[in-house]
Design a protein around this ligand. Structure first.
Ligand code: COA
Length: 648
């Protein structure tokens, strides 16, 4: 493993500024006309002729010489001269902090670990102690600037990537606010200062100091402390209301509850301890459900609701390690400080650490007199009780509403696609477009996250995968057109390169919109146009999160009538995690996955037929889901309601 065999680079490696080929620091601002042309290209086939005519006129006016677009572009360029990353603040606010939706399902992705086999409670605690030990190791690598610098893989491989996000893994906190949240950062230090984690058990929160007297607790100490916490949580008379449920509510509601809560000094102290912890370890009760991949994904996403482990969480903290007594384990991640790829690096390190470093429970000496872990106390007024009841209700609705399907497509994997000389990521994206078209008879604005960590403080931009070329291909699939598959793959790959080199349109348009707001100018018509609203309503929200360990990532849809589709391509198979909401009559995760399998097989057949060189051994017959009836009783070839104006 590159992480374990790696020796520390020089500090300059870690601190190196990310220099754009043009010689500039940070990401480039794309040329205005390029973005406007691309905007029209990305939306024109997804809207009506009439709307397109209107939008074309608006875009032309915006981009005219001496017009608003040129003015805003100049301001953006000025901004880019004096900020490390001109889009970072705008993007963080727009993507996360101003989003009022509840964090579970809607925002926080999860990593699902392979199912563990715990035979006893001590097994569970041993696993937890081992994991915490790994977390402390990993944190000391981050603090000592000793993590290897990541390099881009796949397209345009080899560029060093910005490592800033790692500094935020154990030091951030998302503070809820009435209108917008704040991402609070604690200073990270190399000195072993007093540090603690919070252990959640039976909806109670306990402070577990992990550095005492300048010494990090060893695994045996950690185990001893966890055992004490377990015993304390068993005392029923000491049980307090499940305050963690408040953090699962929508952000404005939680902000309101929090300001009421901190009026009391006991609550203020408890909240302060949680906000300053390194991470949470949630010791969950057995879920009582069959631990299939899909059910374990659900348990990570929402804890199974109030009657299971829904209250055993604190969603504002970026890292919550969940260890279920029944073996259902994983990580819940508050997404605003870092991307899924950083989460994967961290969790893969931990899994390898646990596999490679045997538990040190027997050999290590325990501190003789460890101070007892402390339970956090809460004073719950009647108002807080009312908030709790409402948060519990909403979480239950979220739990009932999530329609999830985790499936392993075993027909083929990356290897077959590479043999076709195609980018596996582009291929999967085109397959997702094909699937959506088969399910709904149209294409919709699609989001695919593209890393821009090549640039300083770079996070992501969007690859708009529903390209006109993809539409041409999916429409032609009935007559099997290999050439159109090639064109669609090429369009997708070109867009990917555009995005990862900082030339995509979403961040740029966001920058133009936000700088106009900052300058207190009237909102340009471009951004009040229906096309713009449609273009950022991402019915299909996708992301590649590859892993080298046996685990997978998943998340919920970002709009009520949408799908979340996370995929993990492996050599000979691909894991798909598809989510949607049950109360949307248009969507169905099961149907989507079934159709996807059929589409992937059809694409394989097409490739195999047209390329005898790359004939796979296990080519299977076509199997599509076109006759499947949707939840609303309609046939699958049906446009989504809000896209009924679309032309396809
Ligand atoms: N022929 C043969 N092989 C090809 C090929 C072609 N035409 N095109 C690509 N490949 C190979 C690549 O060299 C790479 O090889 P490797 O497995 O040996 O590294 C492999 O196929 C994968 O490349 P590709 O499928 O093109 O994807 P990618 O790895 O470049 O990923 C993105 C594309 C957009 C997903 C990636 O750039 C990115 O941004 N990832 C981050 C996504 C993210 O942020 N996720 C988390 C969100 S929370």
């Amino acid at each position: 493993s590159p992480l374990l065999s790696w020796s520390p680079p020089s500090l300059t490696g870690w601190r190196r500024p990310w220099i754009h080929p043009s010689g500039r620091l940070g990401s480039p601002v794309p040329p205005l006309q390029q973005t406007l042309n691309m905007y029209l290209k990305c939306t024109s086939h997804l809207i009506t002729e009439e709307q397109l005519k209107k939008t074309k006129a608006i875009v032309e006016k915006f981009g005219a010489p001496g017009g608003m677009g040129e003015f805003l572009q100049k301001k953006l360029l000025e901004r880019s001269e004096h900020t490390a990353n001109w889009v970072y603040d705008y993007w963080l606010e727009d993507m996360y902090l101003s989003n009022r939706l509840a964090l579970p399902v809607n925002s926080s992705p999860v990593m699902v670990f392979p199912k563990q086999n715990f035979r006893s409670q001590s097994d569970t605690l041993r696993f937890a102690a081992h994991l915490i030990s790994g977390v402390l190791e990993y944190k000391s690598l981050i603090d000592g600037r000793a993590l290897p610098v990541d390099y881009a893989r796949g397209q345009l491989a080899g560029t060093p990537l910005c490592m800033d996000q790692y500094n935020k893994v154990f030091t951030s906190y998302r503070l809820p606010g009435p209108k917008t949240d704040t991402l609070v950062a604690q200073k990270s230090t190399v000195m072993p200062e007093p540090e603690h984690i919070i252990v959640a058990c039976k909806n109670q929160f306990f402070v577990l100091d992990v550095v005492i007297n300048f010494r990090r607790l060893n695994e045996k100490d950690l185990y001893t402390q966890l055992e004490r916490i377990r015993k304390m949580s068993d005392i029923e008379e000491e049980r307090l209301p499940p305050i963690g449920l408040l953090t699962s509510d929508d952000r404005t509601q939680w902000a309101e509850a929090r300001s009421m809560l901190i009026k009391d000094s006991t609550n203020r102290d408890s909240i302060d301890m949680i906000e300053r912890c390194l991470c949470l370890v949630c010791l969950d009760e057995p879920s009582g459900t069959e631990l299939t991949d899909t059910n374990r994904a659900l348990l990570m996403l929402h804890g199974g609701g109030t009657d299971k482990n829904g209250g055993n969480r604190w969603y504002d903290k970026p890292m919550q390690f969940v260890i279920g007594a029944d073996g259902s384990c994983g990580v819940v991640c508050e997404h605003s400080p870092f991307e899924g790829i950083v989460l994967v690096q961290c969790t893969e390190y931990l899994l390898r650490y646990m596999r490679g470093s045997p538990s040190k429970l027997v050999r290590a000496a325990s501190m003789s007199e460890l101070p007892a872990p402390r339970q956090l106390h809460w004073k719950c007024s009647a108002d807080i009780q009312t908030f709790l009841t409402s948060s519990a209700d909403k979480l239950q609705r979220l739990v009932k509403n999530l329609d999830m399907n985790v499936s392993k497509f075993t027909g083929y994997g990356k290897e077959f696609i590479k043999k076709q000389k195609m980018s596996p990521d582009a291929y999967v994206q085109v397959a997702l477009q094909f699937t959506f078209y088969r399910c709904h008879g149209c294409l919709v604005p699609t989001y695919e996250s593209a890393s821009i960590r090549r640039f300083q403080e770079g996070r992501v931009d969007n690859i708009r995968s529903s390209t006109p070329e993809a539409l041409a291909f999916v429409k032609a699939m009935d007559v099997e057109k290999m050439e159109l598959l090639w064109t669609a793959i090429k369009a997708q790959t070109n867009y990917t390169i555009l995005a990862i080199t900082g030339m995509a349109i979403d961040n740029h348009l966001l920058g133009l919109r936000e700088i106009a707001k900052e300058l207190k100018l009237e909102k340009p018509e471009l951004f009040s146009d229906t096309t713009y609203a449609t273009s950022i309503h991402f019915i299909l929200s996708t992301s590649q999160v590859p892993t080298t360990e046996e685990m997978f990532c998943c998340y919920g849809p970002v709009v009520p009538n949408g799908y979340g589709a996370c995929y993990n391509p492996q050599t000979d198979h691909i894991i798909f995690c598809v989510s949607s909401f049950c109360d949307s009559a248009e969507t169905s995760s099961d149907l989507f996955v079934k159709t996807l399998e059929g589409c992937l097989k059809e694409m394989q057949d097409l490739c195999t037929k047209c390329n005898t060189e790359a004939k796979p051994a296990d080519s299977t017959k076509r199997k599509d889901g076109t006759t499947k009836v949707m939840k609303n009783g309609s046939n699958v070839h049906k446009c989504l309601k809000n896209m009924s104006h679309c032309k396809c």
